[in-house]
Design a protein around this ligand. Sequence first.
Ligand SMILES: C[S@@+](CC[C@H](N)C(=O)[O-])C[C@H]1O[C@@H](n2cnc3c(N)ncnc32)[C@H](O)[C@@H]1O
Ligand code: SF4
Length: 417
Amino acid sequence: MSAITNLTRMWLTRSRKPFLFTGEFDEQLPFEECEQLGLYVHIPFCRSICSFCPYCKVLYSRELCDRYLDALLKEIHLVGGQSHHKKTVTSLYFGGGTPALAAECLSEIIEALEQYFIIKEGIGIELHPEDVTISLLQQLKNAGVTRISIGIQSFLEKYQALLGRRSIDLSSMSHALKAVPFETVSMDFIFALPGQTFTDLKTDIDTAFGHGANHIAIYPFIDFTFTASPLPAMKKKEKRRLLNEVTKYCLKQGFMRTSIWTFSSQKGAKYSSMTRDNFLGFGCSAATLLKEQFKINTFSVEAYCRRIDHRQPPTSLTLRFSLRQRMVYYLFWTAYSTKINEADFERFFNVPLKRMYGLELAAAKLLGLVTEKNGIYRMTLKGAFYYHYYESFYTLAYIDKMWGIMRREAFPGQIEL
Ligand SMILES: C[S@@+](CC[C@H](N)C(=O)[O-])C[C@H]1O[C@@H](n2cnc3c(N)ncnc32)[C@H](O)[C@@H]1O
Ligand code: SF4
């Protein structure tokens, strides 16, 4: 598997040089020059831990959470204070973990960020189904949240049991969603669970749109090697059939495909913390992507707090991109939105996309993976499947390895991918 990702990387970056992450870091982050900058804040606490979940999280304790939030505010001031004027950013997303466990401090965190940033396109937060109560939603709304994303996984009891999750009180959830409206109400599902059929997924999709959602995300199940999940992976052919059936069903219902995994029933309903040209991440495990570097904070809550106490960035690893590496990174994540615009690429890199990747794009067109009109490349159904398929390789070869190490070591020193 890693042979495929290595060869693809060498071919696309035209170099044998791996993605090299080292322990050295910059005190000053050059984010002022970045356009289309997004903000991300990670809150790593959960009421209980799900066996399948790869994210950086720990069991909630009031004492640890309070200490963490103090450190988080200090990191915001440490980084934000580096800019000479208020920087306009696209959006702010809170992820986790279960960020609602810090709901009381959300206003304080947002106010701290707003000292340095002007947030143009709203504020999003991930919620656990148990968080969806009128009082909590009202608290979020008062703090300025405009988009929520609820981790349903599946409404069906058999899959909830498989994932070790409790069943969802649908009527109280939809009552709360009606009482406190948000611009975007997204619901997350996991697909390709053992035995899952199109009818199961159709039930989930219909239930979501029938009970307050105007956006859904359907993530393929990924069996990370370091999680305790005993679930077997679905076969490629079956996965492809399922993904195609779901996509066709959503399009037939008139939903818009807003990215590889997401569909919305209303224009303007969107939820994505991933497809940004650049982003600044705060909190443990949060990643930062700038024009020439990618950095990732330590996964250890204790180590995070200690670094901040010493007024040092909590950066665990930094990757300094070669130009081609940055291009590949850009194209990979932009393709997640199912389209790539030549003009945007040229604006970002000052060089025409066709000059850098003309051959690959022509081949992708010939193979029926993309179509092109007026300089915009759109993925076909076949292209979306292969993107998804390759993304699973990438996740297992790169993210699995990196997160696996970072969960064990706060500062691993060096990782080559
Ligand atoms: C941080 S969680 C969501 C918020 C909340 N903590 C919850 O559990 O409801 C983000 C989403 O990632 C997805 N996810 C988690 N583990 C996954 C896995 N192993 N494979 C695919 N998707 C996964 C789930 O859909 C989950 O809702
Ligand atoms: S899926 Fe959500 S609740 Fe479960 S451990 Fe992961 S972040 Fe926490």
